[in-house]
Design a protein around this ligand. Structure first.
Ligand SMILES: Cc1ncc(COP(=O)(O)O)c(C=O)c1O
Length: 418
């Protein structure tokens, strides 16, 4: 299944979609509706995911792959089916898909396991745009194994600097890049990066945390070697995510964590290990959350994301324009000012107003934004600011959410910059 192929999409309507999220029909305070614009931090959970998790925990709860009773069989089937659903969302084989605790865990797994195969003096290239989850594990690996860390710079607009790339890949064995920045919203031309990396003898790991909630991802078309996603960004429970790895790479990688489920046989002195993906899933897995992630992927696969993304691009334009009109010269966008190749998220600063104060004032209107460095200190440093305010949209957001946000910005300007 590529992007949207072979599935029956529901007609796209933000209103119909909103109705599927219980929290979005509740007032956040008496008489104050919720305008949730913090989807980049965590996606809200639709009824379909809640139902799948409740059904699993009330009817199918047992450990997987261990007992032969009916519940255990149901739990095992549900867990296996969830892996198939997540794999279908990424257009990959379930055999190559490892459940992890999230993106952070998935990247740490690769940094430890694939990283142990790198040699002293090898280089790892990491972009300025990365979330700490895709930067700190590589720093730690570099320190552990004597590797060189190469910075792939960003342009002034907050996109990966593609002109600089060819000159930086000498000696690089692994390139770690985000599919889309959680701060600037810029979408990386991953296929181009992966092709250049491969030509230079490097593998590419792609952080799909922000991209995956905006539609199924055709991972093979990207030509990357590892792709990681985060469940909670897709509206699944916390504590679940996934790593896809190229089969021959996973097969050559040693385990990351040891314990039950990941072994073939255990003797007192040593053990042999199961094939991937089990090799990388030590202990009882997060079964209920995995079922939730499977349901979240099915839910998202049923959304007409092409239509949603057109609608969200228009909302992004409305927000940027509205900010420009209200803030004038005080506004600084931390990211591109245009709508091409970007996610529907907008990070900005308003001279003289602290992001946390802005967020607090908007919260009174039920508008949920995020203020701070968004776990991307290096990127903010490149812009010369400590933090920013971010509005990040999902397919259910509508013009009312954007207008509530802009009305809140007017409040903030009045209160903070009288
Ligand atoms: C781009 C990006 N990468 C990685 C992460 C971390 O993901 P997780 O919370 O699943 O560990 C986040 C979450 O904030 C993110 O936005």
């Amino acid at each position: 299944m590529g992007r949207g192929e072979g599935v029956n999409l529901m007609p796209y309507s933000p209103a119909l979609l909103k109705a599927q999220y219980p929290i979005l029909s509740e007032d956040i305070a008496p008489g104050v509706p919720l305008h949730y614009l913090d989807n980049g931090a965590t996606g809200q959970m639709p009824r379909a995911v809640l139902d799948a998790v409740v059904t699993h925990e009330t009817r199918n709860r047992a450990n997987v792959k261990r007992s032969v009773h009916t519940l255990a069989e149901r739990a095992t089937n549900a867990y296996d089916a969830a892996r198939e659903d997540v794999a279908a969302y990424l257009n990959v084989s379930a055999r190559d898909l490892v459940f992890t605790a999230g993106c952070t865990m998935a990247i740490n797994l690769v940094a430890h396991s694939y990283g142990s195969l790198l040699r002293e003096g090898d280089a790892i290239a990491v972009s300025t745009l990365e979330h700490h989850a895709n930067m700190v594990p590589w720093q730690m690996l570099a320190a552990r194994r004597g590797l060189r860390l190469v910075r792939l710079p960003a342009t002034a607009e907050g996109r990966l600097d593609m002109d600089a790339l060819p000159g930086l890949l000498d000696g690089v064995r692994l390139v770690a890049i985000t599919h889309a920045s959680n701060v600037t919203g810029a979408i990386t031309p991953v296929a181009e990066v992966a092709a250049q990396a491969r030509a230079a003898g490097a593998v590419t790991l792609v952080d799909g945390a922000q991209m995956a909630p905006h539609g199924p991802v055709d991972v093979p078309a990207l030509g990357c070697d590892f792709y990681v996603i985060s469940g909670h960004k897709l509206g699944a429970p916390n504590g679940i995510g996934a790593l896809w790895g190229r089969r021959e790479l996973l097969a050559a990688m040693p385990p990351f964590l040891g314990g039950g489920e990941m072994i073939r046989s255990v003797r007192f002195e040593s053990s042999t290990y199961a094939r991937p993906p089990q090799r990388f899933e030590a202990g009882t897995p997060p079964i209920g959350p995995a079922v939730g992630l499977g349901a979240a992927c099915r839910f998202h696969a049923g959304i007409d994301h092409a239509a949603a993304n057109r609608h969200l691009a228009a909302l992004t334009g409305r927000l940027i324009e509205g900010l420009r009109q209200r803030c004038g010269d005080r506004l600084r966008l931390i990211g591109p000012g245009d709508l091409a190749d970007r996610l529907p998220l907008v990070s900005f600063t308003i001279k003289g107003a602290h992001p946390h104060d802005i967020c607090q004032i908007l919260d009174r209107r039920g508008v949920a934004l995020r203020g701070g460095h968004h776990c991307a200190q290096v990127l903010h440093e490149a812009y010369g600011v400590a933090g920013s305010t971010r509005a990040s949209m999902a397919a259910f957001n509508d013009a009312g959410d954007i207008d509530a946000c802009l009305a809140g910005i007017e409040d903030a300007l009045r209160i903070l910059l009288p």
